[in-house]
Design a protein around this ligand. Structure first.
Ligand SMILES: Cc1cc2nc3c(=O)[nH]c(=O)nc-3n(C[C@H](O)[C@H](O)[C@H](O)COP(=O)(O)OP(=O)(O)OC[C@H]3O[C@@H](n4cnc5c(N)ncnc54)[C@H](O)[C@@H]3O)c2cc1C
Length: 536
């Protein structure tokens, strides 16, 4: 593994005359997908992320690589077919991170078995050769055997189908690594604060600030891609003040519970909740992720907060289908994400009908904005974006290479009995690395499997800069058990400080900041004894 220090990456910005072929703003799924597409076609590519990779929506998904059963129900066949095709490609290109997950739809109506078996067989058919396994009807007895905690009253039977599951922020980190391997420069903690234009009003670059040093860089580019998720309108407004919003955020919340609520290996899918939405309960890293909601919002933030009614809705709905009913005290973590849905042309008060397919728009100035879509389709979104960038920036045409480009770490047949499987082909090197220092093999918390070596590894090889980068997105402690994550913060801060040569004040600030941030992932405040962040 090559250690690429941040200073080496920022050095690429020191030449103000350098003209990049493609500058991408935003380091979530969409921006990383576009950067990988551009770099692998041979274009000089720069990606700037204001916080950490996947800090926004891309670490807060339901963790499904899927065609979207619900879009099938809405008759959106081409969207489902495209996503199923991408699901198949991703399961090959990031084989270490995408697993085949079985889902059970319990049927409480006599017609449910036939209806969902037919619908899901069509879903499988649309996947063609890239299918994940055939949907089939199962008896009431089989449903109960596979989902022992399922509500049995009124149950007729069930339908099993297959979809993909993944670790969203780990994929984002692996994409950033692949971008670098393909020659791109990708930087976290770099915010684009302005656009540069020529006398005709065409975009010729961006102004960006290094959040760590406060230094500001003018950067020239033949094309600029706005891949900022729910933030797209901020760049569009920099381009054209007073513009009508392109995105309407819709919040989705998940609760994380212990596996005791659904001990088997199957996931539960409720196709129609009280308000006509879909609810998933999916095993993930030895916990259960339950969600989601769909709440239209008028504002956006990097740390959206779950609303009390969203939490109640998930607990109430899950409770209707489980005999051991989850309560607030059982919630290990709650996380909220914002869907960057393309705003409707006409005003609409609901978000259900707003298109989930992606939207690519080129402004008069040449700013290319890509938004909407889903994690599953990030590669296709990247391909479409760079196809357009070639035209806008008059780049030398080169075909897309990402359809079968392996993503960093990709390896078939990983052994998921060890939590280190997410490192894929890096796992062996990480284990060897852990052997270099006896303290690095130590577990960071008794309730979670993570070891100290992963922190040092995250800093050296995965561009982690803060306690939050490690605990939220390199390992997933914050999302799996927020109290355990808070307990881990001092050890993690000490390990990072030793790597990055930071002082005691930095450590204290990191622990305080993380402890406060993590409160939003809990339903009751948690400040361990002696916590420096305890509020007055
Ligand atoms: C609740 C929920 C569940 C979902 N579940 C699934 C699922 O199971 N499967 C699936 O396929 N999809 C799912 N999705 C959709 C998927 O998560 C999103 O489509 C995807 O993550 C969007 O990625 P993005 O890169 O467009 O946005 P983001 O991930 O939000 O990335 C945008 C980035 O731009 C950065 N940025 C903003 N302004 C600037 C600036 N000025 N300078 C530099 N950087 C900037 C932000 O910091 C942010 O990191 C889900 C979405 C939600 C909300």
């Amino acid at each position: 593994m090559e250690h690429i220090p941040r200073s080496k990456l920022t050095a690429a910005l020191n030449n103000p005359e350098k003209v990049w072929d493609v500058i991408i703003v935003g380091g979530g799924a969409t921006g990383l997908g576009a950067a990988l597409d551009a770099a692998s076609r041979g274009y000089q590519t720069l990606l700037l992320e204001q916080a950490d990779f996947a800090k926004g929506t891309s670490s807060r998904s339901t963790k499904l690589v899927h065609g979207g059963v619900r879009y099938l129900a809405q008759g959106n066949i081409s969207l489902v077919r495209e996503a199923l095709n991408e699901r198949g490609l991703l399961s090959k290109n990031a084989a270490h991170l995408v697993t085949n997950q079985s889902f059970i739809i319990p049927n409480y109506e006599w017609w449910g078995g036939l209806f969902y078996t037919i619908g899901l067989s069509l879903y499988d058919l649309l996947a063609g050769r890239l299918g994940f396994g055939r949907a089939k009807h199962i008896s009431k007895k089989q449903v109960i055997a596979r989902l022992p905690n399922i509500q049995q009253k009124g149950l007729y039977g069930g339908v099993v189908y297959h979809d993909g599951q993944f670790d969203d922020s780990r994929l984002a980190i692996n994409l950033a690594q692949t971008c670098i391997e393909q020659g791109a420069t990708v930087l976290n903690y770099f915010q684009v604060v302005n656009l540069i234009k020529d006398s005709q009003g065409n975009i010729t670059g961006v102004v960006a600030t290094d959040a760590e040093t406060g230094e500001t860089y003018p950067i020239k580019g033949k094309t600029v891609v706005n891949a900022t998720g729910v933030f797209v309108d901020e760049l569009l407004t920099m381009d054209k003040p007073g513009k009508k919003p392109m995105v309407r955020p819709s919040q989705g919340v998940h609760l994380v519970l212990s596996r005791s609520f659904m001990p088997g290996g199957d996931a539960l899918m409720i196709p129609a909740t009280d308000d006509g939405r879909v609810l998933f309960a999916v095993p993930w890293h030895d916990k259960l992720v339950v969600g989601t909601t769909d709440t239209p919002l008028d504002n956006h933030s990097l740390e959206p907060a779950a609303l009390p009614e969203e939490i109640d809705f998930i607990l109430r709905t899950a409770g209707r289908y489980l005999t051991k009913q989850p309560a607030k005290a059982d919630v290990l973590s709650v996380f909220a994400g914002l869907r960057p849905l393309a705003a409707p042309e006409k005003d609409s008060s609901t978000t259900k009908e707003i298109s989930r397919s992606h939207k690519l728009v080129v402004s008069g100035s040449g700013l290319i904005t890509i938004t909407g879509g889903k994690w599953t389709t990030y590669r296709k979104m990247g391909e479409d974006t760079i196809d357009r960038a070639i035209v806008v920036g008059k780049l030398n045409p080169s075909p897309c290479k990402t359809r079968d480009l392996p993503i960093h770490g990709s390896m078939a047949g990983v052994d998921s009995s060890s939590h280190l499987y997410v490192y894929g082909s890096d796992e062996a090197a990480l284990l060897q690395f852990a052997g270099e220092d006896a303290a690095w093999k130590e577990k960071l918390h008794p309730r979670l499997p993570y070891i100290a070596a992963e922190v040092v590894w995250g800093v050296r090889y995965e561009m982690a800069r803060t306690v939050e980068d490690i605990l939220a997105r390199r390992v997933r402690a914050l999302f799996l058990d927020a109290r355990a994550a808070i307990d881990m913060a001092p050890t993690v801060a000490a390990l990072i400080a030793a790597e990055l040569n930071k002082d005691a004040a930095w450590k204290k600030e990191q622990i305080d900041t993380f402890t406060l941030l993590a409160q939003a992932y809990l339903l009751e405040p948690y400040f361990p004894a002696g916590s420096p962040a305890t509020p007055i």
